[in-house]
Design a protein around this ligand. Structure first.
Ligand code: SF4
Length: 338
C-alpha cells in the first residue's frame, strides 16, 4: 500500500499541476520543457542543515532542520533567496542520499523539526521522504514552509504528511502581486490555501509560551515591502477579519534588495517609519499571538554580510550561525511580543 502510494505520487510529475500555475508539463519527459518552477522530476537541493532564523517555537535551541529546495513556482522579483529561486543554484540529489543526509542532520544536530523550504514543486518526493522517516520511527514535526500560493488540491494531498504550515501571506493587492510575482490571483489563492491549512492543523500549538517547541498548527508570515505599507495594512486587516486576533502572525522587517535591476522602491531596505506604521496597525487590531522582527540599523548589526538574514548558498553554511555575541543584537531574532 505504502509503495503504491509513493508510485502514484511520482506520477503527479507527468502532467504537473502541483501548484496554482497549472503548467501541465511532463516533468519526467527530459524534453527540455519546464514549468514556471524551472525544475524537472529530479530533486535539487541548495542546503540541508540546522537553521536558527525561524520564530522561537520553530527554531528552539538546536535549530530547525531545513531543506532548501532549488527552484520556485512563485519567483518574486524581490526574492530574498534569489540564488535558489531565480539563479538555479543547488545540486541534484538522489532520494536515498537525501534521506541519509536528513537522518544524519537529525542525529548530529538534534534539530527540533524537519523544515521543507519552498517544497511544493517537489511534493511527491517530500511525501516519500516523510513516509520513510516515519517508517524509521522519527517522530519530529514536519514543517511545510511555503509561499502561500498553494492549491487546495495539493494541500489536501499534503495533509497526512505535514504537521506545521509556515505560509507567507505576501499580498492583499492584486496589482502588486501581478507586477512582482506574476500572480494577480495571489490574494484569493493564498486566502483559500490558508483556510485549508487552518482547517487541517489549527493555529500553532505553542500558545503564548516562548519555551514550547511547536508540534502542530499554522503560523502566518508577512514580509513588509519597502514603499508598499498599504499592502501590508490590507494583509493584516484581511487576516484579522477572516481568522480573528488569535491567528499566529509573524511580522518581518528583514527585506533587503537582492538583484541588480529592482524597480524603485524595492531597491532599498525598509524604512523604520514604514515598519512602525505597519506594526502600529497590528497592535491596533489586537493580534494576540504576534511575533515581530524589529528593524535594526547597520551599526547595531554585528554580522559580516550586508544583511544578517541574507543567505549565501555558495557557502557551506549559508546563514550566519548565532553566537553569544550576535544573539544580543536587536536585529537578529524574531520575538514574540504578545
Ligand atoms: S510545480 Fe512547477 S511545473 Fe508544476 S504546476 Fe507548479 S510551476 Fe508548473
Amino acid at each position: 500500500m505504502e509503495q503504491k502510494e509513493k508510485m502514484d505520487f511520482m506520477r503527479l510529475y507527468d502532467d504537473c499541476r502541483l501548484c496554482p500555475r497549472q503548467c501541465g508539463v511532463n516533468r519526467r519527459a527530459r524534453d527540455g520543457k519546464r514549468g514556471l518552477c524551472g525544475e524537472d522530476d529530479r530533486v535539487r537541493v541548495a542546503f540541508i542543515g540546522a537553521h536558527f532564523g525561524e520564530e522561537p517555537p520553530i527554531t528552539g535551541v538546536n535549530g530547525s532542520g531545513t531543506i532548501f529546495f532549488s527552484g520556485c513556482s512563485l519567483r518574486c522579483t524581490f526574492c530574498q533567496n534569489r540564488q535558489i529561486s531565480h539563479e538555479s543554484f543547488g545540486d541534484l540529489i538522489d532520494p536515498s542520499s537525501l534521506k541519509s543526509q536528513v537522518k544524519e542532520m537529525i542525529r548530529s544536530e538534534g534539530v527540533h523539526n524537519i523544515n521543507f523550504v519552498t517544497p511544493d514543486h517537489f511534493f511527491p518526493h517530500v511525501f516519500d521522504l516523510v513516509s520513510s522517516l516515519r517508517e524509521a520511527r522519527y517522530d519530529l514535526p514536519m514543517v511545510f514552509n511555503v509561499s502561500g500560493y498553494q492549491s487546495r488540491t495539493s494541500l489536501k494531498m499534503a495533509e497526512p504528511y505535514a504537521d506545521i504550515y509556515l505560509p507567507d501571506f505576501k499580498y492583499a493587492d492584486r496589482t502588486l502581486a501581478g507586477s512582482l510575482s506574476r500572480a494577480r490571483d495571489y490574494p484569493e489563492v493564498a486566502l483559500e490555501a490558508l483556510f485549508e491549512m487552518v482547517r487541517q492543523k489549527g493555529f500553532l500549538d505553542s500558545g503564548n509560551s516562548d519555551t514550547l517547541i511547536a508540534t502542530r498548527g499554522v503560523l502566518v508570515r508577512h514580509l513588509i515591502l519597502p514603499g508598499h505599507p498599504e499592502n501590508s495594512i490590507n494583509v493584516l486587516t484581511t487576516l484579522f477579519v477572516e481568522f480573528g486576533p488569535d491567528i499566529p502572525l509573524s511580522l518581518m522587517s528583514q527585506y533587503y534588495p537582492v538583484g541588480a535591476s529592482l524597480p524603485d522602491p524595492l531597491n532599498r531596505p525598509l524604512k523604520k517609519e514604514e515598519f512602525n506604521f505597519v506594526y502600529a496597525h497590528a497592535r491596533d487590531l489586537g493580534f494576540r499571538n504576534l511575533f515581530v522582527q524589529f528593524p535594526g540599523s547597520r551599526s547595531e548589526c554585528r554580522f559580516s554580510s550586508p544583511s544578517p538574514f541574507l543567505p549565501d548558498f555558495r557557502k557551506a553554511q549559508p546563514f550566519e550561525k548565532p553566537t553569544l555575541r550576535n544573539m544580543q543584537s536587536p536585529v537578529d531574532r524574531r520575538k514574540r511580543v504578545c
